[in-house]
Design a binder for this molecule. Structure first.
Ligand code: EPU
Length: 426
């Protein structure tokens, strides 16, 4: 297994370019199931999760070619096999995003239930309730969910559906199900994330009629057929945010090119309160810090609130701030796995319920730590960049490879002493 080895203590300086957004690319790849013909996605990040979804599309009977920054998906002559097996779904929960398009286009789907993951139980009850409202019959069979359109394999019908809670992939799945349904669908209490808006933009390019994405109410008028598309994926706001924290934590000065500043407002306001300078520069954002860090509280919330996907990284900043901050996680029940690893590097964090009370320390010390999930891994990388005395070895870095393209190269370009170590102990 690969590890990342960092000799910390160097302020990051220079300029780094953000890759395409993983969480926008994944649902958009699934929309290729909604039409015949060839679709082309550009600015796709080279990530393990993209390869996993490409493998799933191939399993479903799609010819899928992953190139450098592109993915091309064709419909083969063979009928689609609307089945997502456990072996692929267990590697990546987002595989469940094939459910909506498969039922919409083929009238049925059999998809493995994703099961829990490191950050929480993450059920898909809202996805299923919404499909039921559109006339689908749901059955559970040996770990698989089998969804059938009306009459066994018929076309879904439009419906009014209100989510019990805000779910990003739930909103995306039901949007993709509704675009080919008969009649109008109104979805209430929808996720407002930029990735949902991006998906709506692609669906509309395909000939769908989706209105209101980016607000909590989305209206979809079903159509009979959709066309293939060509689309360049938006820049990754979470990767951008991660580099912002890395620049700030090391007391550096970094221009993050293509950082979608407007999609990070909730987070940027916290960075500024913590004593960081954040300024728009051309199509990017410059982040620097000269003075000391100030403790600020943060509570995660659905967009446009403080993103749960930035909580772990922000916590590292708070580990180095003057005073005590409270970091509260409200989206996932188990997203503090980085706390015990950060403690091994000298952080002083006390978890009570879903709040981590972070008592700032003057510095972190390099250590051997274990990555547990994607964003936790990113937080350990940032901690490693700051840490002194010893090198930091981050084990199980495959988590990082799911969501950060060439991270060690990008950090090295900013002056970090970082390298990938092959065949490190797991
Ligand atoms: N939930 C339910 N029932 C459902 C759906 C969700 O109870 O049917 C709960 C979840 O268990 C969780 C909360 O609702 O407690 C929110 O989950 P959501 O469904 O919004 O998460 P997701 O769609 O599975 C996406 C991102 C995550 C990101 C979350 C929250 C993708 C592929 N994944 O997950 O990204 O953390 O939204 O913003 O878009 C990451 O990139 O590291 C990552 C985990």
């Amino acid at each position: 297994m690969d590890a990342i080895r960092i000799r910390g203590g160097r302020p990051l300086r220079g300029c780094v370019r953000v890759s395409g957004a993983k969480n926008a690319a994944l649902p958009i790849l699934c929309t290729t199931l909604l039409s015949a013909g060839e679709s082309l996605l550009r600015n796709v990040p080279g990530l393990r999760d993209i390869n996993t979804l490409a493998a799933l599309l191939r399993f479903l009977g799609r010819k899928t070619e992953v190139g450098k920054g592109t993915v091309r998906v064709f419909e083969e002559a063979d009928p689609c096999r609307p089945e997502a097996p456990y072996e692929l779904v267990k590697q990546m929960r987002a595989s469940v995003l094939v459910l909506g398009p498969l039922v919409a286009r083929f009238g049925r789907a059999k998809v493995s239930l994703p099961g829990g993951c490191a950050i929480g139980a993450r059920p898909i009850d809202q996805h299923l309730k919404g499909l039921e409202a559109m006339g689908a019959a749901i059955e559970l069979d040996r770990g698989y969910v089998i969804v059938k359109g009306p009459g066994g394999q018929g076309r879904l019908h439009g419906a009014d559906f209100c989510f019990d809670l805000v779910t990003v992939t739930g909103t995306e799945n039901l949007m993709m199900a509704a675009v080919l349904a008969k009649g109008r669908t109104t979805l209430l209490n929808c996720a407002r994330e930029p990735e949902v808006e991006e998906l709506a933009c692609v669906l509309n390019k395909m000939g769908a009629n989706v209105q209101g994405a980016g607000t909590s109410q989305i209206r979809i008028e079903g159509v009979d057929e959709l066309q293939p598309f060509d689309h360049a994926i938006v820049a990754d706001r979470i990767e951008a945010g991660t580099f912002m924290v890395a620049a700030a934590a090391t007391g550096g000065d970094v221009l993050i090119e293509r950082a979608p500043m407007e999609h990070l407002e909730g987070f940027i306001s916290k960075l500024r309160k913590a004593g960081c300078d954040v300024a728009r520069e051309g199509e990017g954002v410059r982040v620097s810090r000269a003075g000391s860090l100030v403790a600020v509280d943060a509570t995660t919330a659905p967009y446009p609130g403080f993103p749960t996907d930035m909580q772990a990284q922000f916590m590292v900043l708070m580990c180095l701030a003057n005073g005590r901050s409270a970091v509260t996680e409200t989206i996932f029940e188990n997203r503090f796995m980085h706390v015990s690893e950060l403690a091994r590097m000298g952080a002083n964090i006390d978890v009570r319920g879903n709040t981590a009370f972070v008592h700032g320390v003057s510095n972190l010390t390099g250590a051997c730590v274990m990555a547990t999930d994607l964003r936790a891994s990113a937080s350990l990388v940032i901690a490693g960049l700051v840490a002194t005395e010893y090198d930091t070895d981050i084990r199980r870095v495959y988590h990082l490879d799911r969501g950060y393209e060439r991270i060690e190269e990008k950090l090295a370009g900013l002056g970090a002493d970082v390298k990938r170590v092959k065949d490190a102990p797991g």
